[in-house]
Ligand binder design. Structure first.
Ligand SMILES: Cc1ncc(COP(=O)(O)O)c(C=O)c1O
Length: 386
């Protein structure tokens, strides 16, 4: 086995979850998904497809009608994008891996804005690239970008910039002016931007239907790949369906790469994706309202606890916080599960930069679950004696 594979760290979220999964008394908020199942109309579309016998291989880049539907969906949120710029993938994480395979090789430099969901930085490492981590900084309990530091770290030697906003785990979002500065800079250095925008709809700014996207400002032929997923906005984590938007020549190359990775996304899953897009206008705004209600239940509740540093995330579905005096997030998360039945993700899972922090996924069909979790955290803080 290659040593880089041998050295891959095991997931620290899993380490905590393994200690509590199967225990009915644990309130689990450790994974990045809602406890609400996929909407019925989406599930029905997959069932109908299977009943029609759609059990065969499909086009590498996805069903033409799904690529067209995704082009229309994108045009509803951003400047128009043709289907020739869209590739359907078997999940967002697969889209990220394909982009990384297409763009970087051994020894290439990748700059990543961190803390971030660990898969983003593991993928280039698996392919032998060097990952330069540029950390967000904490100001008044909120994670913010030091734009100058990021720009300075991206040079003509940087093949790819990886940026995830709205960000998992911190909730940090990119402002339009920051996107523009990054795009201008990467044009000069010849650096590809891989923008993970899977949380673009999970954005709580008044009147906005999506977070600012690089698609709003980049030309079609620019070195930009935007990664998307059906997982978060359509409650489809278990379906493994995503897509990417890229220049047409790169999409052609992606078709070849998809052949060697998964060959295609399953047709019945793509039919479910088509149904999700068709029903999206009726479904997504309600989901985002419910998530906002969850956020507005959890964050003030956390802020009221003693020794707490927490900020109100503008996007994503996570509260990211720290408690004074607690510096070992893995030990604390394990203790919270074992002694208080509260399942959170340790900040250390997202990089050393986030050590001491905890992530709480607030996507729940029932905000009362969050209130019960808050009571457990309150009790734990008192028991630990903070
Ligand atoms: C930042 C980020 N990107 C991508 C994904 C991948 O989503 P999926 O592989 O379920 O489509 C996730 C999932 O948690 C995520 O948090």
């Amino acid at each position: 086995m290659r040593s880089v594979i041998n050295d891959l760290p095991a997931s620290k979220i899993r380490e905590v979850a393994n200690a509590g999964m199967g225990r009915h008394d644990v309130l689990a908020f450790w994974f990045g998904e809602s406890d609400e199942p996929t909407p019925e109309f989406v599930r029905q579309a997959a069932i109908d497809s299977l009943n029609r016998g759609e059990t065969f291989y499909a086009q590498n880049l996805g069903l033409p009608e799904l690529r067209e539907a995704l082009a229309r969906y994108t045009a509803g949120l951003h400047p128009a994008v043709g289907p020739e710029r869209i590739g359907v993938t078997s999940s967002g994480v697969s889209a990220l891996m394909l982009a990384t395979q297409a763009l970087v090789g051994p020894g290439d430099e990748v700059v990543a804005v961190v803390p971030v969901w660990p898969n983003l930085t593991a993928q280039p490492a698996i392919l032998g690239a060097r990952v330069k981590r540029v950390s967000l900084r904490v100001r008044d309990g909120a994670w913010t970008l030091d734009l100058d530091a990021l720009l300075q770290s991206i040079t003509a030697d940087t093949t790819m910039l990886l940026v995830n906003a709205p960000n998992n785990p911190t909730g940090w979002t990119l402002a339009r002016s920051e996107q523009q500065a990054l795009l201008d800079h990467c044009r000069r250095t010849g650096t590809w931007i891989v923008a993970d925008e899977v949380y673009e709809r999970v954005y709580f700014a008044d009147g906005a239907t999506a977070a600012p996207s690089f698609l709003d400002i980049a030309a079609p032929e620019e070195r930009l790949v935007v990664v998307h997923s059906f997982s978060k906005s359509f409650l489809m984590t278990g379906w493994r369906l995503g897509w990417l938007v890229a220049p047409p020549e790169l999409i052609d190359a992606m078709g070849k790469l998809i052949e060697f990775n998964t060959s295609c996304a399953p047709v019945f899953v793509q039919r479910a994706g088509l149904a999700a897009l068709a029903g999206g206008d009726a479904f997504v705004p309600g989901l985002i309202r419910r998530l906002k209600q969850c956020r507005d239940t959890l964050i003030p509740g956390l802020a009221a606890l003693p020794g707490m540093s927490v900020s109100n995330p503008l996007g994503g579905m996570y509260a990211f916080f720290r408690i004074d005096g607690q510096s070992d997030s893995l030990a604390l998360a394990k203790r919270l599960v074992a002694e208080h039945g509260l399942g959170l993700a340790p900040g250390a899972a997202f990089g050393d930069e986030a050590e001491g922090w905890l992530r709480w996924c607030f996507a729940s069909h029932d905000p009362a679950r969050l209130t019960r979790g808050l009571a457990r955290l309150d009790q734990a803080i008192r028991a630990i004696g903070i």
